[in-house]
Design a protein around this ligand. Structure first.
Ligand SMILES: CC(C)(COP(=O)(O)OP(=O)(O)OC[C@H]1O[C@@H](n2cnc3c(N)ncnc32)[C@H](O)[C@@H]1OP(=O)(O)O)[C@@H](O)C(=O)NCCC(=O)NCCS
Length: 183
């Protein structure tokens, strides 16, 4: 794999780029403090912006690592940062990545996450040279599965009671694309 790290990617509506510390306010107020956004995630909603800032400073340090992939989703129209898409697990031996994402409630339903996921998948296959890009969602959160479908991943199965998030123990619904699916 090519350890090129988080490079800027442009789509029709979005600029996917590295976070900066100035994004703390947008991140806190647009999604990280909203318990509806974190409902099926593994981390609790942030209580104050200082916490968001500390987390962001850790993420920013990680950008020096070429195996770290974590994008801020900046809306081209307004320059607001509305969400986050990242590689949450990378297995270099099989050249496979697992993706996670979340976004401001005000932006749901506009197919922005499928647009971001498609672009990130293309980047990971074409620029990084991965063979597998996958994602899991809670079975109670089917709209995340729709994002995976729209981005071209295939549903491959459900691991029952195999994860835990803010709603408790959950079924893990697995979607993926492998390089040969794209031919
Ligand atoms: C899941 C999420 C990323 C979807 O992104 P999105 O850009 O809204 O995706 P889409 O516009 O393609 O909508 C996906 C589905 O959400 C549902 N949806 C759309 N707008 C909605 C709204 N305002 N409220 C609730 N559900 C909505 C629809 O079922 C839609 O599928 P459809 O187009 O087949 O009808 C977003 O809802 C989110 O950030 N959720 C919280 C974090 C999260 O769950 N992350 C994934 C963890 S695995």
């Amino acid at each position: 794999m090519n350890k090129i790290g988080t490079k800027t990617i442009e789509t029709d509506s979005l600029i996917l780029r590295q976070f900066t510390i100035e994004d703390a306010h947008d991140m806190f107020s647009n999604w990280a403090s909203d318990p509806e956004v974190t409902k099926y995630l593994t981390w609790p909603a942030h209580q104050d912006e200082a916490f968001t800032k500390t987390l962001l400073s850790e993420w920013i340090e990680n950008y020096q690592d070429g195996t770290y992939f974590n994008w801020a989703m900046e809306l081209k129209d307004t320059s607001a940062v509305i969400g986050n898409i990242s590689v949450v697990h990378l297995d270099e031996k099989i050249e496979g990545a697992e993706i996670g994402y979340c976004m401001s409630r005000a932006c749901w339903g506009k197919e922005l996450m499928p647009e971001a996921l498609k672009a990130v998948m293309n980047f990971l296959f074409d620029e990084v040279g991965l063979n597998l890009v996958a994602a899991y969602h809670d079975s109670r959160n089917p709209k995340s599965g729709r994002v995976m479908d729209k981005a071209g991943m295939k549903y491959e199965g459900t691991l029952r009671a195999a994860a835990i998030n803010n709603q408790g123990i959950s079924d893990r619904v697995y979607h993926a694309m492998i390089r040969s699916d794209r031919l």
